[in-house]
Design a protein. Structure first.
Length: 587
């Protein structure tokens, strides 16, 4: 033992006094370098996967709590701070400039090497197909990120010029390119559109296995079915396809046509957006393609149906593009009422509740609605009960009481109780057990683009371009679309209120309201109010219910926005300081 200790001591001394000894020379480690990009296909493709990981719709933002749709009981919420007066160029929870340009830089690096990476060095044809698909995905993703950067940061300069962002399409970038000025709105729109259009030269409309050569898309010469399926088959279902790119092209056109940017109300921009969305809907059969259960896509039966376990298994009709299915209970733990072991984070507003019509389709303010203020939840649009937990609702077999005497679920009774008298129900799986002492995960998925959004986009653009009842070249009008959506929701037929609307202005109001209902809590309201140039300062209201069943309404939270300039988001202050980037007016 003593000999061993002596040997170890001498060895340590030698190591200390002779640091240049061979035994201390650093060996090659396993850190990857840029040279690895041209040697390892998976490492190279990681640049593209990094961009996928930064897509803003990978997770629901729940930024409805920064609008008139809801509040949150999370006192540390970034959105609460933003909506109550802290939104600035140095504090911006809606910043996409940073992540968007990070993703674009990663994409640009990938595009600079994609043709030199040996994706399948043993088979040149397969290698070329990989290069083709990945190039198409890159252009589609770059266009997608430009859309989100424009939506979040486009706006008027102090000189009243409408600007987009910098166009950064090369790699590597010099300091001068980083400091290049923001492009004019038209140039930035053109750049984003060009990327999305270019992707269509490379991508199939949809991914999926084929069984014979007659089904191979016409964009490439391919020698056999197996090679096509290897590169463009079922395994690629969640990657950006031609159809996803076309949907982003249409989204971009709607953004450009909206009052946000279309300050002269150029009708041709609305017509362009209507036609692009109409083409997407034509591919699914128009009105007949609407998914009868598309408004409850998050429930168990629909999640089960969405599983793509085989080549014969089709996704939900509602899903144009979604994320993979996963197992957890985070959303339910965050939002279940306290009596169900939830944190009750998102509290829908009385404003949103009042936006749901009666079951007969009339707004509750209309004399024909038969609305009873003493029983405000009776005979309402069925979507109200699907999307919002109100006093007397049942969940997991338990009656949820939010009025006086309602225990932990009552208004303001605990830190995780509702502040408005309501809890969010939409997007939650009732089968989840949120009890921390039990297991209770369930399957979920997030959506990038639902067909309901596409239908609503079409209705909005078609109404502005052609009026409520004109079908353009598609055979279905804005009124037809809204009628189908309301019928699916359970509005009594015939829809007398819808049938009474014949002018563009009244139809616009109804379309905007239907959009508010159908897309609530999915990250649309914050941006819809801005692109419509609507009032951003409507206070959020709630309800208190006494033991006698009396309903009293109160202001829960003010919205501290400035309608003069806050329809447009700020450029990050650090970018303005470092690169002398023009800030949007007012920020």
């Amino acid at each position: 033992m003593k000999k061993n200790i002596l040997f170890l001591t001498i060895s340590l001394l030698l190591m200390f006094y002779f640091p240049s000894c061979q035994m201390l020379e650093p060996e090659d480690d396993n850190h990857r370098t840029s040279g690895s990009l041209l040697e390892d296909p998976e490492f190279a493709e990681g640049l593209l996967i990094r961009a996928y990981a930064l897509i803003p719709t990978n997770n629901y933002s729940f930024d409805d709590v920064a609008t008139d749709n809801a509040v949150t009981n999370d006192k540390f919420s970034n959105y609460l701070r933003m909506a109550t007066g802290e939104w600035s160029s140095t504090y911006n929870p809606q910043d996409e400039w940073t992540n968007g340009n990070r993703a674009i830089t990663s994409i640009n690096q990938f595009l600079s090497i994609v043709e030199d990476v040996p994706f399948k060095w043993t088979d040149q044809e397969l290698n070329d197909l990989y290069v083709r698909r990945l190039t198409g995905e890159s252009y589609a993703l770059r266009g997608l990120f430009k859309y989100f950067i424009l939506r979040n940061h486009g706006g008027f300069s102090e000189g009243n010029e409408l600007l987009g962002a910098q166009i950064l399409d090369s790699y590597p970038l010099t300091n001068e390119e980083f400091a290049s000025p923001r492009a004019a709105l038209a140039a930035y729109l053109s750049s984003a559109n060009a990327d999305l259009e270019k992707s269509l030269e490379y991508l199939p409309m949809d991914y999926g296995d084929i069984s014979n050569m007659n089904d191979v898309p016409g964009f490439s010469d391919i020698s056999n079915v197996d090679k096509y399926n290897t590169v463009f088959g079922n395994y690629m279902q969640q990657r950006m396809s031609g159809r996803h790119a076309k949907a982003m092209i249409a989204r971009l056109s709607l953004l450009a046509a909206s009052p946000y940017f279309n300050t002269s109300n150029d009708v041709t921009l609305w017509e362009k957006a209507a036609n692009q969305h109409g083409e997407l809907l034509d591919d699914i059969g128009g009105i007949s393609g609407i998914d009868a259960k598309g408004h409850i896509f998050y429930l168990k039966a629909q999640v089960d149906e969405a599983k793509l376990n085989s080549g014969d298994k089709k996704d939900l009709k509602e899903m144009l593009w979604r994320r993979p299915i996963y197992n957890n209970r985070t959303r339910e733990v965050n939002n279940f009422p306290p009596s169900l072991y939830g944190n009750g984070d998102i509290n829908p507003s009385q404003n949103l509740v009042d936006a749901f019509p009666m079951k007969n389709g009339y707004p509750i303010t209309d004399a024909n609605s038969a609305y009873d203020p003493s029983s405000p939840y009776n005979n309402r649009d069925p979507r109200l009960g699907l999307y919002i937990i109100y006093d007397g609702s049942k969940m997991k077999g338990q009656v949820i009481n939010t009025g006086v005497g309602g225990g932990v679920n009552a208004v303001d009774s605990m830190s995780n109780s509702t502040r408005t008298g309501y809890y969010m129900r939409k997007l939650l799986r009732e089968e989840v057990n949120a009890n921390p002492t039990a297991s209770g995960d369930q399957e979920h998925f997030e959506t990038h683009i639902r067909y309901t959004e596409v239908f609503l986009n079409y209705a909005e653009a078609a109404n502005e371009a052609w009026g409520p009842s004109n079908s353009g070249k598609f055979g279905f009008s804005a009124k037809d679309v809204i009628g189908a959506i309301r019928k699916r929701a359970g509005i009594t037929q015939p829809d007398a209120y819808l049938n009474s609307i014949n002018d563009k202005e009244a139809m616009r109001k109804l379309i905007q309201n239907e959009r508010r209902l159908e897309l609530c809590f999915e990250g649309f309201r914050f941006w819809d109010l801005r692109r419509w140039k609507e009032d951003l300062t409507e206070p959020v209201n709630g309800v208190r219910i006494s033991l006698d069943g009396e309903y009293s309404y109160f202001e829960v939270e003010k919205r501290v926005y400035n309608n003069d300039y806050m329809h447009y988001g700020p450029i990050p202050n650090n970018e303005v300081v470092r690169f002398d980037i023009q800030q949007n007016k007012g920020w």
